[in-house]
Design a protein around this ligand. Sequence first.
Ligand code: SAM
Length: 361
Amino acid sequence: MNEKMRALTDRLELAGGLSLQEYKELIDGRDEASAEELARRAVNVRKRVYGEDIYVRGLIEISNICRNDCYYCGIRRGNAACERYRLSPDEIMECVDEGYKLGFRTFVMQGGEDAWFTDERLCRIVKGIKESHPDCAVTLSLGERSPESYRRLRDAGADRYLLRHETADSIHYGRLHPPEMSFEHRMECLRQLRGLGYQTGCGFMVGSPCQTTSCIAKDLKFIETFRPEMCGIGPFIPHKDTPFRDMPAGTLELTCFLLSVIRLIHPYVLLPATTALGTIHPEGRERGILSGANVVMPNLSPAAVRSKYELYNNKLNTGCESAQQLADLKKRMESIGYKVVSARGDAAKPTLIKEKKNGCI
Ligand code: SAM
């Protein structure tokens, strides 16, 4: 690794952040040696905070009906070829019960912005899960809703909310979304979620169309200042029935590099090795963990609908993506020196880590 890259890496690790220009230099100057060094440091930092534990989240894709028309997304409103489905509250509860038996203690309800899921219906589902499984965390990933809706869901017991910001560059945002969608509103939603006390997750796609190094530098700066409890990044993968069908996919290499950078910016963040990473490479998720990630999100949705939640082509929906193969996932993680644990897996707090280091907990 050359002197400049070493100096940037040292500064990133010590200060937990860089200037926009430095982030750009770090990304543009990366090579195999600097990626390896960053991953080594990211893994050390992650081990200090979370040990060898890997948290699993049971992902339930509750609906692929969406009012939005994001240019990159396979379940966009304008995709007439998408076969739509919606899980009933009973079906969702069955997925949760099944997942609980397998050891899952966090359930993520994700879906398109489907108006059928009113606040009343969602609150009933969230309360139902919390009543039958009080030791579990409920994460929602249901897009942009009103402040009142976020408040009601929080009051009903939802613990976490994932809302990728998609890009921290407003012009780039406009290239990924139709004019009726607003960058300011997306960011405002994230601030509202944080204000309501949710453990809040942001994130972006790596290699999305029109993304420049300067866009990624802004994403990293946003993560550095917003300090989300969770951050989901994965490669963009084209879907054949979207306007971005012919665009190239993001790479495993850059995604892993950025996972390491994010871990060094924010040691306590819950960082998933995403399904998209597992889709572009057979060992994508292991590579993500070895770059600093500490979460995996196997799919608990009923097998019959799994292939219909197709955000991008060839989305991984068998093998380790099915909870029934949890044992297999555990083995894969063990083979790289990690341990899948049955725990809520909340974001660590700096005070707890100090105690843990002293062997107090
Ligand atoms: N509707 C909710 C929302 O807007 O947050 C959650 C569902 S949305 C489909 C979940 C995430 O999938 C998006 O935030 C986006 O980053 C990711 N995604 C969509 N299309 C993708 C693609 N073609 N490649 C990779 N990721 C994609």
